[in-house]
Design a protein around this ligand. Structure first.
Ligand SMILES: O=P(O)(O)OC[C@H]1O[C@H](OP(=O)(O)OP(=O)(O)O)[C@H](O)[C@@H]1O
Ligand SMILES: Nc1ncnc2[nH]cnc12
Length: 235
């Protein structure tokens, strides 16, 4: 099975082609695409105000899109799997990613006390973001990975059922929590993480993702909590 990259011209899915043409063909269109992926409510409405960081974010998004790869039929037939791991292979792209995520949070005006990252790809950038934002980092893990008393929820995701856990006491009641992950597909994982945060008494102030797959309508599961995505597939 050979991967396609978003930087190459062949052979991408129609959704990928739409993203690429929206972001690479015309810088002004890129800015429009950026606005459409800023902080939105669960219905996907437009952001309240134009972002001062929009030009920096727009060029960074083109760079990030060029590094993504897509694999058909992984991990099961019918899933078009988008591989974000190349974002971390190159120092410059990795730094750009962290800066873009930091900007998204700063632009939102929210100052989280805790970043919660989801097992496993939320662990790749959650702790780095936490340091930049002077916040703590707390993991949500798949069941059975952490010692001591834990709270547990079952959830459905794009390709199966799973269980998430957080350690009791990992979040103090009233702490402002931002949940981060690489991808929102059906939204099942993110919604489950939000449920755990609330079970521990945290104040769930937002969700932040690197990439959204909009046709799966994951936002609709997030109960109106402010949700920001850096990139999106079109479709
Ligand atoms: O919106 P959803 O449909 O819930 O899908 C998104 C989740 O699926 C992937 O994780 P996965 O469960 O594959 O775990 P991994 O990071 O360990 O591969 C991804 O990293 C998100 O956490
Ligand atoms: N299509 C997809 N690609 C990568 N990670 C995912 N997690 C859920 N759906 C995914």
């Amino acid at each position: 099975m050979s991967p396609t990259t978003y930087a190459s011209q062949v052979p991408l899915t129609s959704a990928e082609v739409a993203v690429l043409s929206k972001n690479n063909s015309n810088p002004s269109e890129t800015t429009a695409a950026t606005a459409s992926t800023a902080t939105q409510d669960a219905s996907g409405g437009q952001p309240a105000a134009a972002s001062a960081a929009a030009p920096e974010l727009a060029s960074t998004k083109i760079k990030l899109l060029g590094a993504l790869r897509s694999f058909p039929d992984f991990p099961i037939p019918g899933i078009q799997f988008i591989d974000i791991l190349p974002l971390f292979q190159d120092v410059s792209i990795h730094l750009s990613l962290l800066r873009a995520l930091e900007l998204q949070v700063l632009e939102s005006g929210v100052k989280p006390d805790v970043i919660v990252g989801l097992d496993a790809r939320g662990f790749l950038f959650g702790p780095s973001m936490a340091l930049r934002l002077n916040a703590g980092f707390v993991p949500v893990r798949k069941q059975g990975k952490m010692p001591g008393p834990c709270v547990t929820v079952a959830y459905e995701k794009e390709y199966g059922t799973d269980y998430f856990q957080m350690q009791e006491g990992a979040i103090k009641p009233g702490q402002k929590v931002l949940v981060v992950d690489d991808i929102i597909a059906t939204g099942g994982s993110a919604a489950a993480a939000g449920d755990l945060v609330k079970k521990l008494g945290g104040d769930l102030v937002g969700y932040l993702f690197i990439l959204e797959i909009p046709f799966l309508k994951g936002r609709e599961k997030l109960g109106g909590v402010p949700t920001t995505t850096l990139l999106e597939t079109d479709g």
